[in-house]
Design a protein around this ligand. Structure first.
Ligand SMILES: NC(=O)C1=CN([C@@H]2O[C@H](COP(=O)(O)OP(=O)(O)OC[C@H]3O[C@@H](n4cnc5c(N)ncnc54)[C@H](O)[C@@H]3O)[C@@H](O)[C@H]2O)C=CC1
Ligand SMILES: O=C(O)CCC(=O)C(=O)O
Length: 533
């Protein structure tokens, strides 16, 4: 496995990577060059500068994992990654304290003109009259986005005896209460705040969310901090608001256009730099020894884990599954994938509906990941390597397949059961059900037959007349092809005189063997199946 690292991560992270995979570090790699070589890598690790866009992802023929050493994933095209089945991992918690502390530092800096005063002293001017500031004590701070960082900022600013108000339409009231923040609308926040700090991700909705219109609503003399993402505060509108005296000061760590981190000689230009009331830092929010150590090792572990098929942790484009939950669900994932993989090997009708019903104990879990495995199994015969759990739902939707999950707590006989109902475009529904015993998986219902078999790599399903001698015929034919039967089960259907025979073998069953069996009078239909697990 080969991993390319395009932005600096900590030594401990690098050491971990090198222990597990081949690593190439290309810190100053020009984009054109990266586009050429990305095909050779299984994973790429970036910070916030490398643009992992659709073009790069598509050229990554072997690409399985994109690691974002940090928090925001706005430099990664998640849609393109998901479509291609590439897992995106990040380290959302590693730098939140660092970003929250920088926010508070910047807020104090613009309250007390610290950078400007420092510059004055350094140029020999010790006068303090022009640097008279204001106190945080008793002022109102408006926090936009009360997530991981916003809430840390709220807690810290409360200790400065500030009144904390917050706008975040996506969180429950309990979160406002927990962090001692008054819940307000965006307009109320703009109208009441002496300081505003923004901590949202950059999305279509949040881009420019403080712009010309919002500056019409703010208190004259408001001070702003943006330590989240460039462009959340529209830079042109901010420039004008400062020139017009609406905004007294601003501290900006992140910009609409940022130069590459790694290049030695970089030029940073931005009209905001002309304004003495604006102080800036070079996207420094995550740059502490502690944060970088946390992030370096975490991203290395996340990427290696994802490359090895670990589907929990900080995966951005998969449902959140906790590690304990993952272990509980692991055999169910295997089971649902095996049941899904059966369909197209024994049916030709295209699918229009997949229903996954969880009964018993399993119905209490977040089973989305199990459903994704059922879809992956179903689509694999059609899409081969083009489907993974990451893009299975999307691929199914594109193929016109609707997916429905159901849950029922009551259950007989088993502690948990997964029922997979697949309805074809002809309206006919095929049903499988399965359960687990510890790590072992068992299919207990196969298209109306009560069975109890372990899905294995090579199998055959035979519908036959329930007459003597059939087992012997099957054994003889497979024996002629040098194939050993490792397990066999018969499920008779008394009402129509047929039986289902489930055969597990040690090798792939060749087409010719299946054809020979299908010529026998006693056999209605034999189908070989492979790759269920
Ligand atoms: N300057 C730097 O070096 C760093 C910057 N960041 C950035 O900080 C930002 C916040 O990070 P986290 O707190 O970890 O994110 P988070 O995901 O924990 O919290 C974001 C919050 O914003 C809220 N939100 C989303 N859309 C909103 C809207 N339209 N209006 C109001 N609230 C909205 C969400 O509900 C959520 O509570 C991100 O943009 C991240 O990329 C993070 C680390 C370092
Ligand atoms: O890698 C960095 O230093 C940027 C950190 C950042 O912006 C983030 O984690 O969202």
């Amino acid at each position: 496995m080969k991993v390319i690292v395009t932005e600096r991560i900590s030594e401990n992270g690098m050491e971990y990577l090198k222990k597990h995979v081949d690593v190439d570090v290309k810190l100053d790699i020009p984009r054109e060059e990266l586009l050429k070589i990305i095909k050779d890598y299984d994973a790429i690790i970036v910070r916030s500068t490398t643009k992992v866009d659709r073009e790069l992802i598509q050229k990554g023929e072997r690409l399985k994992v994109i690691g974002r050493a940090g928090n925001g994933v706005d430099n990664i095209d998640l849609e393109a990654a998901t479509e291609k089945g590439v897992i995106v991992v990040n380290t959302p918690d590693g730098n939140i304290v660092a970003a929250a502390e920088l926010t508070v530092g910047l807020m104090l800096s613009i309250a007390r003109n610290i950078p400007q005063a420092h510059n004055g002293c350094q140029s020999g001017d010790f006068r303090r009259d022009k640097f008279k500031g204001i106190e945080l004590n008793g002022k109102t701070v408006g926090i936009i986005g009360l997530g991981r960082i916003g809430s840390l900022v709220a807690a810290r600013l409360a200790s400065f005896k500030m009144r904390v108000i917050a706008y975040d339409p996506y969180i429950p009231d309990s979160r406002f209460e927990k962090y001692g923040a008054e819940k307000v609308t965006l307009s109320e926040l703009l109208e009441q705040s002496d300081f505003i700090t923004i901590h949202t991700p950059k999305t279509e909705e949040t881009k420019g969310m403080i712009g010309e219109e919002e500056f019409k609503k703010v208190k004259r003399g408001v001070r702003l901090v943006n330590c989240a993402r460039g462009g959340l505060i529209d830079e042109k509108a901010l420039y004008n608001a400062i020139r017009e005296g609406i905004v007294a000061a601003a501290a900006i760590d992140v910009f609409e256009v940022e130069p590459l981190y790694n290049t030695e000689h970089q030029e940073f230009h931005n009209p905001l730099l002309e304004l003495p009331k604006v102080i800036v830092t070079p996207h420094l929010g995550a740059s502490t020894v502690e944060a970088q150590n946390n992030i370096g090792i975490s991203i290395a572990k996340e990427v290696i884990g994802a490359l090895k098929g670990k589907l929990y942790g900080n995966i951005v484009n998969l449902p959140e599954v906790k590690s304990e939950e993952f272990l509980e669900l692991k055999s169910y994932m295997k089971l649902s994938e095996a049941m899904g993989a059966l369909y197209y090997q024994i049916n030709e009708t295209p699918v229009k509906l997949v229903e996954v019903i969880y009964k018993g104990d399993i119905s209490k879990y977040n089973t989305e990941i199990v459903t994704l495995h059922a879809l992956k199994g179903l689509l694999k015969p059609a899409l081969k390597e083009g489907v993974s759990v990451v893009n299975a739902r999307l691929r199914a939707r594109e193929m016109g397949i609707e997916t429905v999950e159901g849950r029922v707590e009551e259950i007989d006989h088993y502690s948990s059961l997964i029922i997979l109902k697949i309805t074809g475009t002809n309206g006919k529904t095929v049903e499988f059900a399965g359960t687990t015993y510890g790590n072992e998986i068992r299919i207990v219902e196969y298209m109306g037959h009560k069975v109890n078999f372990e899905p294995t790599e090579y199998m055959m399903f035979v519908k036959n007349k329930d007459v003597p001698g059939v087992i012997g015929h099957i054994g003889n034919v497979l024996g002629d092809f040098g194939i050993n039967i490792s397990a066999m089960q018969v499920s008779p259907n008394k009402s129509d005189g047929t039986a289902l025979m489930v055969v597990n073998t040690d090798k792939e069953i060749p087409v010719e063997a299946v054809e020979s069996l299908n010529k026998l009078n006693s056999i209605i239909k034999a189908k070989a199946v492979k790759g269920l697990i």
